[in-house]
Design a binder for this molecule. Structure first.
Ligand SMILES: Nc1ncnc2c1ncn2[C@@H]1O[C@H](COP(=O)(O)OP(=O)(O)O)[C@@H](O)[C@H]1O
Ligand SMILES: [Mg+2]
Length: 138
C-alpha cells in the first residue's frame, strides 16, 4: 500500500502527473474523499501527464462526465457527487470505464459496482494547514 503526504496544491498536482504516467493509456483510477480533499487537483496532474493544460480540467460536478483528448491520450473525467446510486447505475458507466483512455472517477465511493483492474486512492485533509494524506488501495 502506498501513501503520500502533500503540503500544497502544486505537490498534489505533481503526484497526479506521476500517477497519470502510470495509468496511461487505458487505466482506471477511483478517487474518494470529502469535498476539498484534492481530487480535482490530482486529476489536473493526470491531465498534464496526457498532454492537457491543467486549466482544461475542471470540476465536472455539473456535467458528470468530461472527455478530453491530449497529445498523450484520452482522459475521461467523471464526478458522481450529485448522483444517486440509481442515477449512477443508469449512466452506462461500466461500459465507459471499460473503454479506451485514462478514466478518473471522483466520489468513486458512490459507484454501485466494482471496476476490475482499477486503482484507487483515498484523499483526506490533515488536521492543520494545507496538508493532504493520499492512500492507495482502500
Ligand atoms: N495539499 C493540497 N492538495 C490539494 N489541494 C490543496 C492542498 N492544499 C490546499 N489545497 C486546496 O484544496 C482545494 C482542493 O479542491 P479540489 O481538488 O477541487 O477538491 P475535491 O475535488 O476533492 O473536492 C483547492 O482549493 C486547493 O487549492
Ligand atoms: Mg472535485
Amino acid at each position: 500500500m502506498r501513501r503520500w503526504i502533500t503540503h500544497s496544491e502544486a505537490e498534489t498536482q505533481g503526484l497526479g502527473r506521476e500517477i497519470g504516467r502510470e495509468l496511461a493509456p487505458d487505466g482506471v483510477l477511483l478517487l474518494s474523499g470529502d469535498l476539498g480533499a484534492g481530487k480535482t487537483v490530482l486529476t489536473r496532474g493526470i491531465g498534464e501527464a496526457l498532454g492537457l493544460a491543467a486549466s482544461e480540467i475542471q470540476s465536472p460536478t455539473f456535467t458528470l462526465i468530461r472527455e478530453h483528448r491530449g497529445s498523450g491520450g484520452r482522459l475521461v473525467h467523471v464526478d458522481l457527487y450529485r448522483l444517486s446510486v440509481a442515477e449512477t447505475a443508469a449512466l452506462g458507466l461500466e461500459e465507459l470505464l471499460a473503454g479506451p483512455g485514462v478514466k478518473v472517477v471522483e466520489w468513486a465511493e458512490r459507484l454501485p459496482f466494482d471496476v476490475p483492474g482499477a486503482r484507487s486512492l483515498k484523499l483526506g485533509r490533515l488536521p492543520e494547514g494545507d496538508g493532504r494524506e493520499i492512500v492507495e488501495g482502500l
